[in-house]
Design a protein around this ligand. Structure first.
Ligand code: ADE
Length: 223
């Protein structure tokens, strides 16, 4: 899979791309992630990418030309172009599974006060990561990339997906887990996890998942 991220702030991605699972996935050749500064596509002599809004109003608006040209130079028949915006459909684990099946994603990070609405004409999907407004699409693009890359075959152990919260089949929250020591400040690891009976452990975990989901996110059970 290839993911091209269009941004005005490439340096924001340094830590994200060069640590942990996302770095390993790239090193193993399981994903190629490119950070592209769409300022490089500006035809303005000063590489301007934003301007004041027609009709007045505060702030600067991202111009259509640099983003349009950047997308056109990268897109193929099998590319999916995603715009990150608080107006988009709300992101979910289900959407991460859908996006994982694409060969090529082009992700546009908006910034400043907004973008020229004509950018929407070249976009296949608009996504919001939640009902709050961030200063730009960089963090949302990392959220998308992280949640998709960890689902790619070979990136993490397959079993980890099966037990994920929001697992696509069960739609349950994850069960509680413990590690050493057996007792900490009077808090004990549940006995059932220590007895080596895998059937009992499986049953305990399933029940805990259902209990936690009922207590915290009963809306998931209704779905
Ligand atoms: N850009 C600013 N806020 C955002 C959000 N909540 N989701 C996606 N993109 C955004």
């Amino acid at each position: 899979m290839k993911i091209d991220i269009l941004t005005l702030f490439p340096e924001m991605f340094d830590g994200f791309l060069n640590c942990s699972i996302i770095k390993r996935a790239q090193d193993k050749g399981l994903v190629e992630i490119n950070i592209i500064n769409f300022r490089d596509y500006s035809l303005d002599p000063h590489h301007k990418v934003d301007d004041t809004p027609y009709g007045g109003g505060s702030g600067m608006v991202l111009m259509v030309q640099p983003i349009y040209d950047a997308v056109m130079s990268l897109r193929h028949d099998d590319s999916k172009v995603i715009l990150l915006t608080p107006d988009g459909i709300k992101y979910s684990q289900k959407e991460a599974y859908n996006l994982k099946n694409n060969k090529h994603l082009i992700i546009i990070c908006g910034h400043y006060e907004g973008f020229d609405d004509r950018i929407r004409s070249i976009v296949d999907l608009e996504i919001s990561i939640g009902d709050y407004v961030l200063t730009g699409g960089e963090l949302p693009s990392m959220v998308l990339t992280d949640s998709i890359v960890r689902l790619i075959d070979g990136v993490i152990e397959e079993n980890s997906h099966i037990n994920d919260s929001f697992n696509i089949e069960t739609n349950l929250l994850d069960y509680p887990t413990y590690t050493k020591p057996r007792e900490f400040m009077g808090m004990k690891v549940p006995e059932v996890l220590l007895n080596g009976n895998h059937k009992e452990i499986e049953e305990y975990r399933k029940n805990e998942s259902i209990k936690k989901t009922r207590e915290r996110r009963s809306d998931l059970l209704e779905k």
